[in-house]
Design a protein around this ligand. Structure first.
Ligand code: GLA
Length: 390
């Protein structure tokens, strides 16, 4: 579906006329810096050219109406601005509703409701941030339709995160919404989550491609496990703070961590903290390596990131490990790792141009043989952040 067709669908569902506007918000892939964003560490994501399209128009009453053109025979989900309480039955519409609720909570009242239709091409549950894309899309729509001109893209990212944390119950960090909001074509974002300062880093890889491989598995209880990791890190921080003056795990170097780690009593919690500290340091090194055109070091750091996420942070799974092992076996693969929250989803690999076909064949065939699943491959194009289209 393209934006024109989505607009036609909007007309069909809600009727023609009035000030109908079009919007887009991308998905994201994180190159390195995983599970560091709620530990005051660094991340290095970029926005994709796939994402979520939205068409919207203000209404004259206080209803807010949502429909997804991705769902066959979908019906409109309706709510009222005077009752924005969470209701499980609203399904996917709880993401845009959460953002409406968050605007309200932050004192930005909508005078009237609106109609909205979406269509997206981010595979669901792939770890490429379809929910953050939808949240920031909604933020951009509300900002534009209701004239909240003072809000910055970072404000919209924070509102999206706030809604996900407090309305949809996943205690996520800021990385996804930030990348979706502030993405820039051909650049990744080196974000320090301790103060939200960031720099754009040009991803200029003339000899290689960034390839995403979708395992097509998503293990249940993802949010539960995610929230559990957060709690483990909080526990580690609390115990470390009894021996060293730090605000977050991201404040520590690997050496400092070695020095103070005996304060952490639970051996599993210790592993989680070790990952958070080391991954932050790896991210800083990786961005430096890229600036020095040393893509080999960047790739090695990606591989180390995977091992740490697999063995210490324990957010990988059998299927994703199969993908990464296969990737590592291919000549011309510079680095490969799980990306995103984990427990399924995608891997991200840097593959030399001439090796891409063989990569797709070897990883695709091997994965099919071992798991029975057809993996999907996407060559990454780094795109711009969320925006109004017309
Ligand atoms: C999910 C969360 C992010 C981040 C990643 C792991 O995508 O939404 O905030 O924590 O997992 O790096």
């Amino acid at each position: 579906m393209n934006i024109q067709e989505l607009r036609e669908k909007f007309n069909e569902v809600y009727g023609e006329g009035g000030d109908i506007r079009e919007y887009f918000a991308p998905g994201r892939v994180n190159l390195i810096g995983e599970h560091t964003d709620y530990n005051g560490g660094h991340v290095f994501p970029c926005a994709l050219t796939i994402g979520t399209y939205g068409v919207a128009r203000k209404r004259d009453d206080d209803k807010v109406c949502f429909m997804s053109a991705n769902i066959d025979n979908a019906r409109v989900t309706e709510a009222s601005l005077s009752d924005l309480e969470y209701n499980k039955a609203n399904g996917w519409a709880n993401y845009p509703l959460g953002v409406v609720w968050a605007f309200d909570k932050k004192g930005m009242k909508l005078d009237k409701g609106f109609d909205m239709i979406i269509w997206g091409n981010i595979p669901n549950g792939s770890g490429l941030s379809s929910s953050a894309s939808l949240e920031v899309l909604t933020g951009v729509i509300l900002q534009d339709l209701y004239g909240f001109d003072k809000l910055t893209m970072t404000d919209l990212a924070l509102i999206g995160q706030y809604s996900e944390n407090n309305y949809n119950g996943c205690n996520c960090g800021i990385m996804d919404q930030f990348a979706v909001a502030n993405g820039k074509k051909d650049f990744a974002i080196f974000l320090d989550t301790s103060d939200l300062s960031y720099e754009y880093a040009n991803i200029n890889l003339p000899d290689a491609k960034i390839v995403i491989t979708n395992s097509k598995v998503k293990h249940s209880l993802v949010d539960g496990k995610y929230n559990e990791r957060r709690q483990e890190c909080a526990k580690a921080l609390e115990q470390l703070q009894t021996v060293v003056d730090i605000e977050s795990l991201g404040d520590l170097t690997d050496e400092e961590f070695e020095k103070y780690k005996s304060a952490i009593t639970d051996p599993e919690v210790l592993k989680r903290a070790k990952h958070a500290v080391a991954e932050n340091q790896r991210t800083i090194k990786a961005v430096k390596a890229l600036a020095d055109n040393d893509v080999v070091t960047f790739g090695q750091l990606m591989n180390q990131s995977h091992i740490s996420l697999r063995d210490d942070y324990k957010v990988s799974c059998e299927e994703v490990d199969v993908l990464v092992d296969l990737a590592w076996s291919v000549d011309g693969v510079i680095g490969s790792r799980i990306t995103g929250g984990g427990f399924g989803g995608c891997t991200v690999s840097i593959v030399k141009n001439e090796a891409v076909d063989n990569f797709v064949k070897t990883v695709g065939d091997g994965y099919k043989e071992k798991t029975g699943i057809e993996a999907e491959f996407y060559i990454v194009d780094i795109g711009d952040g969320a925006r109004r289209l017309s």
